[in-house]
Ligand binder design. Structure first.
Ligand code: SF4
Length: 331
């Protein structure tokens, strides 16, 4: 694995609880996940499931409360000097908000200049290197875009600049956090095609964070599903979409639009009761039990084990595969 989470947890302080004791939000709990060279792994889940915090820890933007991030098999804590710098260059992040992630006071040329400088590209070479990057992400003629400020670009163009900036350090992995969800449908498709082309040409791997399962199915080879800070299911994308084993995955997929209207009519939508519990006080036993349609007594008492349900597919559930969403659920 080129980038790996091993038992990662993250807790944030959240005021004071009963008796004045410090309260903690458990944003991520014991997540293990790896991204191999040149592959796309998707991290999916509802808002607040912990997927962004997991991505930020893998990109070095958050420090884990427990567990470790490994780069090419070595824990980040053990990296210093040139190795640490190599990690910083090799792992980049693209954010959902293309506007907020670009400095509004710098032109596209200046933004790319900073990133190229970090990689050690000599000053005299940077203008041409920036132009090359813009050509690579489909922003031509590049002379038109280099002098522009972010507010003078469309949302799709800004996201292309973000991708170009990430590419400036010649990364091995890009953590892409909802990179297309703020874009119009047609622009969304263009950015997805761009990311796939760059993967073919450069061999870059992606950790693709998204709540959009239709997009995930089209881009990712493997998928990991998060609920309340935990990884509840993981496996090859097609296997998880065809035979979801965790009841939460089944419910998520049952709400995904399907192109065939007949399949959509036959499909049984699973509506989960209640809201996602507070990460300040997750339920005992299985964290999903208050909303699970097939929860039993053991689920309320005992934390479920990870169960292997297929080739490389695992679910954190006492009764994996028991809940079905009916015909046409994912096809
Ligand atoms: Fe549902 Fe029980 Fe599985 Fe949790 S362990 S998802 S409550 S069946």
């Amino acid at each position: 694995m080129i980038l790996e989470a091993r038992g990662l947890s993250k807790r944030f302080p959240w005021g004071r609880g009963l008796g004045g004791a410090r309260a903690w939000v458990r944003a991520v709990e014991d997540v293990s996940l790896g991204v191999a060279a040149g592959e796309t792994v998707a991290l999916v889940g509802e808002s607040g499931s912990g997927k962004t915090t997991t991505g930020r820890m893998l990109a070095g933007l958050e420090v884990p409360s427990a567990g470790e991030v490994c780069f090419r098999g070595r824990p980040l804590d053990a990296l210093a000097g040139a190795e640490r710098r190599e990690y910083r260059m090799a792992v980049q992040m693209v954010f959902q908000d293309s506007q907020a992630s670009l400095n509004p006071r710098k032109t596209v040329a200046q933004i790319l200049d900073v990133a190229l400088g970090a990689r050690g590209v000599p000053g005299a070479r940077r203008r041409e290197a920036a132009a090359e990057l813009l050509r690579e992400v489909g922003m031509e003629p590049e002379a038109t875009f280099l002098p522009r400020f972010p507010h003078q670009l469309s949302g799709g163009q800004r996201q292309r600049v973000n991708v170009a900036r990430a590419l400036a350090t010649d990364p091995a992995v890009i953590v892409a956090d909802e990179p297309v969800s703020a874009l119009d449908l047609s622009v969304r498709a263009q950015i997805l095609v761009l990311l796939q082309r760059l993967q073919q040409e450069r061999g870059v791997a992606y950790l693709f964070i998204s709540h959009d399962l239709a997009v995930v199915r089209s881009v990712a080879r493997r998928v990991a599903v998060m609920y309340l800070g935990r990884l509840v299911e993981e496996g090859p994308t097609e296997a998880v979409f065809r035979r979801p084993a965790h009841p939460y995955t089944v419910a998520l997929l049952s709400a995904t639009p399907v192109p065939d209207p007949r399949a959509a009519r036959r499909r049984q939508r699973i509506i989960l009761p209640g809201d996602v519990p507070s990460p300040l006080a997750p339920p005992p036993g299985c964290p999903f039990h208050p909303r699970c349609p097939i929860a039993r007594e053991v689920c309320r008492r005992e934390f479920p084990p990870p169960v292997e349900v297929g080739d490389g597919q695992r679910a954190l559930c006492h009764f994996p595969g028991e809940l079905k969403a009916g015909p046409g659920r994912a096809d």
